[in-house]
Design a protein around this ligand. Structure first.
Ligand SMILES: Cc1ncc(COP(=O)(O)O)c(C=O)c1O
Length: 384
């Protein structure tokens, strides 16, 4: 037995849900001698554009590629993001309003250090991306959950937000296209939220990680399209989903320069920046987007979304086909006791893994999240 004592704050939260589910999958595979069809993580599995991979290997061979990259965005990275925001959203950004991230999750875990003092409150969607909560707890602040309910179409109720807000509220996490519900937002809806945030003088952190993963003619807006939104908002973007670079750990945060500088200060103590080859790759990809590759990626997800939807119905699940994100948020049959029980039963009996809705908050009690990032070649044999 080791006498080493770890920090008390580790008791504030459990193991990350996908780490826990990964262990369950291994156990079931060992006992059943069958590979689990894992609808758990949203791991963007479309192969990245070979042009970008060729460029990356070229950038890795550049003379100073191996050196520390320095802090913040280099000129190329900043120009790439500025160019893309103008082209994609008609939003103007300055270099001081752009920061590279080691994946969007980098800012999700570090923003609480930059924004929250002990006792402060942060508004978090329920259900929502699990990583929104624990970093807030780690700095001694309080997550206050707002509901995204079926009866309200998984949209934000401003009336409810009025009830949840207090003089301790510092910022609100908003995420559309939503993980896990797949619900999307219109610019009009975002406008109302910006007005609300301005009235209460709170910051909006808009997680737009799935902005480019949308279907059926829907295009996701940026919150920065709204007049003066920059006064009170920052927005996250992810190369993981947009370019299938998940393993490279690349993202960005843009918007309010005071928040960007605060996060940069925290990050300067935590990491030593995004490597120069990756900043060059980011800039190259953003300024040389390939519509054909993008359309093929969406077509691949859409095809799988529709095939998976067909099989989910066979299990008696109820859902709306999502217009965005990589997930179907499905209601379990009334006969099921709980989402956990429903998922465990499927895992052991059919070697199918869905994520129990409660992994995303208490409003997920009667739901499961089904990732569409799976190989569907053998799907038929699992749903017999
Ligand atoms: C809502 C949301 N934000 C951020 C992330 C993390 O993205 P990244 O891979 O860029 O860290 C995810 C990943 O699943 C997500 O679902």
């Amino acid at each position: 037995m080791s006498s080493i004592k770890t920090a008390k704050r580790l008791n504030l939260f459990g193991e990350y849900v996908f780490s826990k589910l990964g262990k369950a999958v291994k156990e079931v595979e060992a006992k059943s001698k069958r590979k689990v069809l894992n609808f758990g993580p949203g791991n963007p599995d479309v192969a990245p554009n070979p042009l970008y991979i060729d460029k990356l290997s070229e950038f890795l061979r550049d003379k100073d590629a191996h050196l520390y990259p320095g802090y913040g965005a280099n000129d190329e990275f900043a120009q790439g993001v500025v160019y893309w925001y103008k082209k994609r959203f008609n939003v103007n950004l300055e270099k001081t309003e752009v920061l590279p991230l080691l994946g969007a999750k980098d800012s999700i875990s570090h923003l609480p250090l930059a924004l929250l003092d002990e006792g402060d409150e942060v508004l978090i969607p329920d259900p929502g991306y699990p990583a929104f909560s624990e970093p807030a707890l780690m700095v001694g602040s309080k997550p206050v959950y707002y509901d995204l309910k079926e009866g309200f179409n998984f949209k934000i109720s401003l009336e409810q937000l009025e009830e949840k807000i207090s003089n301790k509220t510092k910022f609100i996490w908003i995420n559309f296209p939503s993980n896990p519900t797949g619900q999307v937002a219109t610019l009009k809806e975002l406008e109302k939220i910006v007005i609300f945030a301005k009235k209460h003088n709170i910051l909006i952190v808009y997680d737009n990680a799935y902005s480019e993963i949308t279907f059926d003619g829907y295009a996701a807006p940026s919150i920065l399209q709204i007049d003066e939104a920059k006064d009170i908002s920052v927005e996250l973007g992810s190369f993981s989903k947009t370019f299938s670079f998940a393993g490279f750990r690349m993202g960005w945060i843009v918007g309010n320069s005071k928040v960007i500088q605060a996060l940069a200060k925290v990050k300067s103590q935590m990491d030593s920046g995004m490597s120069t080859p990756l900043q060059k790759l980011a800039s190259f990809a953003l300024t040389n987007t390939d519509e054909k590759w993008q359309q093929d990626m969406i077509a691949s997800y859409k095809e799988r979304r529709d095939i998976i939807a067909h099989y989910l119905k066979k299990l008696g699940l109820n859902f709306t086909i999502p217009k965005g994100s990589l997930y179907i948020w499905a209601k379990i049959p009334e006969t099921a006791k709980s989402c956990e029980e429903f998922c465990l039963k499927l895992l052991w009996e059919k070697q199918i893994l869905f994520t129990p809705g409660t992994a995303f908050g208490k409003n997920g009690e009667r739901f499961v999240r089904v990732s569409i990032c799976i190989n569907i070649d053998e799907i038929e044999s699992y749903f017999v």
